[in-house]
Write a protein that binds this ligand. Structure first.
Ligand code: B12
Ligand code: SF4
Length: 514
């Protein structure tokens, strides 16, 4: 038991914030995390001190230890663990205990919520937090400070001295997000965050999502709460505006807002009210994740007036059967094509998220995803390779079908082993996704017999290559991507104004095309 004898707690948050595990330290300042900024705001409000160890690349032992030592003295060290960061975090936790054997180690975030038993079994971990962390961490700090027993804190599991695990129930969610303080943006080296370098703030004014897509953790994150019905919540429109005003008064250089809420128009009435206020009080160019099945043309028009210059949407798969049967996304092709027309009509660029290598998918299914993007005239596409997050339905479907290896290595690029959609084909589709979307757009625009001939030629070029040809094209693309990413990283970090200029030119060109 740690007793701070009346002293306020010193809490260090550790944030492994990298997705490619390239050992080279990138120049980027990393991503904002609303969860960590929110925990920090709550703890600081109560007088505790909070620091951040923002890990921007995979750290080797000495590098990690020296940064940890340089960060200061701490009573509690909390690791934020999403699933793909778990293997690295196990090493960081071991090294942390070697540097500070007596420090109290707690872990939170998505992987802990999904599989707390896996995280608490790691040597050195003293407790895990399930679900939202602000008030569980506050109680921990307060109780340590007051020298009280803290092992009965709701939402936390504790490793007890006799080796048993004390599993406390998860505290109910609070409905009213307005009671949370405005996040502690200064926890981060905010001006150096990757988005802020290009004058863009990442903003999140909600929690959760009420849909049940089978590849996403949300369906399960919700289940842990006793009052799961209120899992999807937004700050009130007025409070969301206060959030933005606070942020903008601190960082007046921000010129763009990137709303990263899971689904920004989840509650259409809230959304309509918010964009009206946003138009009046903020009116900066912005973007957000939008679902098409709850959208009207009138809302799209209002979005344009409020400042939306681009939107993101999850298209995921262009194969309607795959979407309905396996992904549980009940949006028809027709609906998506029609809503896209509204965005083109009002001059809002459209970016889609797509998944490749889904269980039971073949290259022919992935081709449908490329074609649907072309039919929707997507302006930008992000193809992601499917990752089976434990606890999700699609993970279990992959497992039942025998596509899941025993262990997924952190360096593996295509996690599922599917004879009908082998790794080289998945990587080829990922690499040439946008290239072919553009080609099909041209074919569809031509129409008639010539368009059909072009479409057939493209179909063949995608589906009828030799294994060697797929692999060669992937190799070429990998080289190209590494140069392009290096250049982007350089521009964003060393010449951000020039990068912004190029981005603006691109958007102007798009606006002219409309
Ligand atoms: C916004 C968002 C992003 C943003 C910001 C990421 C971030 N680090 O916060 C960006 C665009 C950068 C992003 C990137 C990625 N994301 Co993302 N993202 C989201 C999204 C839509 C909302 C997250 C959010 O901010 N919620 C609101 C905040 C307040 O809640 P929170 O972060 O959960 O934090 C609370 C608790 O988790 C907990 N907590 C968090 N950390 C800690 C630490 C301690 C010590 C404690 C005690 C508690 C605790 O307390 C917090 C406050 O209550 C979720 C989906 C969703 N849940 O709706 C996916 C989600 C988190 N993303 C996911 C993924 C996979 C990624 C990427 C790996 C994608 C990729 N391949 O590039 C990257 C990872 C980059 C990174 N550095 O984290 C997955 C994670 C799945 C998993 N099992 O780990 C999610 C859940 C979506 C999904 N597919 O299921 N993402
Ligand atoms: S709509 Fe998005 S955030 Fe919600 S469950 Fe589906 S994938 Fe997850």
């Amino acid at each position: 038991m740690i007793d701070l004898k009346g002293r306020k707690a010193r809490y260090l948050l550790v944030y492994p914030d990298y997705t490619d595990r390239d050992l080279k330290s990138k120049q980027t300042g990393g991503n904002y995390s609303e969860g960590l900024a929110s925990i920090s705001a709550v703890l600081k409000q109560a007088g505790h001190s909070v620091g951040l160890l923002h890990l921007l690349y995979l750290h080797e032992e000495e590098d990690f230890k020296s940064k940890l030592k340089a960060s200061g003295e701490w009573d509690i060290i909390g690791f934020s663990i999403r699933t793909t960061a778990f293997p690295d975090c196990q090493k960081y936790i071991k090294w942390t205990k070697e540097v500070y054997p007596d420090v109290f180690i707690t872990c939170g975030s998505y992987h802990c919520t999904l599989v707390p038993e896996e995280v608490i079994s790691v040597d050195g971990v003293d407790c895990v937090t399930i679900g939202d962390g602000e008030y569980a961490e506050l109680e921990l700090c307060d109780k340590m400070s007051a020298g009280e027993d803290y092992t009965d804190i709701e939402s936390k599991w504790f490793k007890m001295p006799d080796g048993t695990i004390k599993k406390n129930p998860v505290r109910p969610l609070f409905a009213d997000l307005d009671r949370l303080p405005i996040p502690d943006f200064d926890l981060f080296d905010y001006a150096n965050l990757e988005s802020v370098k290009v004058d863009t703030a990442i903003v999140i004014v909600s929690r959760g999502c009420f849909y049940n897509c089978t590849y996403c953790g949300n369906g399960n994150f919700r289940k842990v709460y006793p009052n799961k019905k209120i899992y999807a919540r937004f700050r009130s429109p007025e409070n969301a505006i206060l959030y933005l005003k606070t942020l903008l008064s601190k960082y007046p250089n921000i010129k763009y807002i990137n709303f990263r809420d899971a689904i920004f128009n989840m509650f259409p009435d809230w959304f309509d009210k918010f964009i009206e206020l946003y138009k009046k009080e903020i009116h900066l160019p912005c973007t957000g994740n939008i679902r098409f099945d709850i959208l009207t043309e009138d809302t799209v028009r209002k979005m344009k007036e409020a400042g939306f210059y681009t939107i993101d949407m999850g298209l995921e798969s262009g194969d309607q059967e795959m979407r309905f049967k396996y992904l549980k996304r009940f949006q028809t092709d027709e609906m998506m094509i029609n809503c896209s027309k509204w965005f083109h009509k009002y001059g809002i660029a459209q970016l889609t998220y797509n998944i490749i290598g889904l269980p039971h998918e073949t290259i022919h299914g992935a081709l449908k995803t490329i074609k649907l993007n072309a039919k929707m005239k997507s302006d930008r596409v992000i193809p992601n390779i499917f990752y089976p997050y434990p606890g999700t339905r699609l993970h279990d479907i992959a497992k039942e079908a025998g596509f899941l290896p025993e262990v997924i290595s952190p360096d593996c690029r295509v996690p599922l082993v599917q004879p009908d959609f082998p790794e080289h084909e998945v990587l080829f589709i990922e690499a040439y996704f946008m290239h072919y979307v553009k080609k099909y757009k041209k074919a569809f625009a031509k129409g008639g017999k010539r368009g059909e001939r072009m479409e057939r030629r493209l179909d063949k070029a995608i589906t009828e290559r030799s294994v060697g040809s797929y692999k060669r094209r992937v190799w070429i693309h990998d080289r190209y991507t590494s140069v392009r990413n290096g250049l982007k990283d350089f521009l964003v970090n060393r010449m951000p104004k020039f990068y912004l200029f190029l981005r603006r030119q691109k958007h102007k060109k798009k606006a002219k095309e409309v």
